[in-house]
Ligand binder design. Structure first.
Ligand SMILES: Cc1cc2nc3c(=O)[nH]c(=O)nc-3n(C[C@H](O)[C@H](O)[C@H](O)COP(=O)(O)O)c2cc1C
Length: 355
């Protein structure tokens, strides 16, 4: 496999194996996309990425991480997304969105304003009602309220409605956000899931919500379109979720219609010791791919063209997702293809600058 080789999932052909990893931009009012999203995401499609994923898009308002997050909890959100998706597709990128619910990490501030501190209810915040535990993420966070089984069913339905609206907006890919300590991960991880009902305790019980969400999404998301699932493959903490759990989960969700596991890690407890370094999560993607027989995406400190090419050429992952490197350089794919001497189509408007 080569980085700049096209590949297919279901009926969708991706022009290459580079994807823009989801990145919150904290730039919305009431969840509506705006010019920032058009220019930010559009630039990365112009820059040659095969897949452009939006930031986490909240399926219910209380599922936003911050009050400035993108949302898809009402039909009114669709209209602002349509021209953005259209532009991404016109550039030849596959437009995807990341359906998300923050659970007990909701109602936190914008990094450059409140530095990620909880936003109190009387200052535009809200009580994170949807959580698997009543323990807040950090001691100063707002006390969350545990979801009832009916509340869980409503969440699964909200993911499905988010998928339906994504389809109406023209997206050809949805990713369910099951990583980074957000709601789904709060069920998966034994470190925070203290439930004693059918959603807590055993592996089967803790993973139930993922299966229910995937099944609900697949009912409305067409057979012909790909569905990805992002997970934290390890909690990096004794007694937490492990890579073996991730492999077992991947085996369960594949027959339900998940096509690719986007393999991240961490985020459920602030004390985890994560051995940050180039490609530090890639070995997880490689194991899931090999042992669960499913496509994977590698993400995390992938920055050089050679490193990205090595990951796909050695079969560790089918896709590489870049976040911060693509903030530094939206044209990274054009440059990487040149360095690797692999084919890539330049936007015709930029042809005269071709390396
Ligand atoms: C500004 C910013 C916002 C992010 N927002 C999200 C998000 O909405 N959803 C998500 O799954 N990950 C999010 N992430 C994590 C990235 O997608 C990625 O997994 C992480 O940054 C590691 O990749 P990198 O080393 O290429 O930056 C965010 C990262 C950054 C830097």
């Amino acid at each position: 496999m080569n980085l700049f080789e096209s590949f297919q999932i279901r009926d969708i052909t991706f022009r290459n194996r580079v994807a823009v990893s989801p990145m919150c931009e904290y730039s919305c009012q009431d969840g509506f996309a705006n010019d920032w999203h058009l220019v930010h995401l559009g630039a990365r499609a112009v820059g040659g990425a095969g897949t452009v994923l939006t930031e986490a898009i909240a399926v219910v308002p209380e599922g936003r991480i911050s009050p400035a997050d993108l949302g898809i909890w009402s039909d009114a959100h669709i209209d602002k997304l349509i021209p953005i998706v259209r532009f991404l597709r016109e550039q030849g990128a596959i437009a995807g969105t990341q359906l998300a619910h923050a659970g007990f990490k909701a109602s936190t501030g914008v990094p450059w304003r409140e530095h990620g501190k909880p936003v109190p209810v009387d200052q535009g915040g809200w009580r994170p009602v949807y959580s698997s535990t009543t323990r807040p993420f950090t001691p100063d966070a707002i006390q969350p309220e545990a979801l009832t089984p009916e509340g869980i069913a409503r969440v699964a339905q909200a993911f499905a409605e988010g998928a339906r609206r994504s389809l109406d907006a023209g997206f050809e890919l949805v990713e369910v956000h099951g990583a980074h300590g957000y709601l789904v991960h709060q069920f998966l991880s034994p470190l925070v899931n203290t439930r004693t009902d059918q959603y807590g305790g055993s592996f089967e019980n803790r993973t139930r919500i993922v299966r229910e969400i995937i099944e609900a999404v697949r009912k409305v998301w067409p057979e012909r379109l790909p569905l990805w699932l992002r997970i934290s493959a390890s909690d990096w903490t004794e007694g937490g979720w492990t890579i073996e759990d991730s492999i077992a989960l991947a085996r369960q969700v594949k027959p339900l219609g998940v096509d690719l596991i986007d393999t991240s890690s961490g985020g459920i407890v602030p004390t985890a010791k994560i051995p940050l370094g180039p490609g530090y999560q890639t070995a997880f993607a490689e194991r899931i791919r090999r042992e669960a027989g499913i496509l994977t995406g590698a993400v995390g400190l992938i920055t050089s063209p050679e490193q990205a090419q090595h990951i796909v050429a050695t079969g560790q992952a089918d896709v590489v997702l870049l976040a911060r490197e693509l903030l530094r350089d939206p044209y990274w794919p054009l440059r990487a293809a040149h360095i690797l001497k692999q084919p890539i189509v330049w936007p015709k408007q930029y042809e005269r600058a071709r390396w």
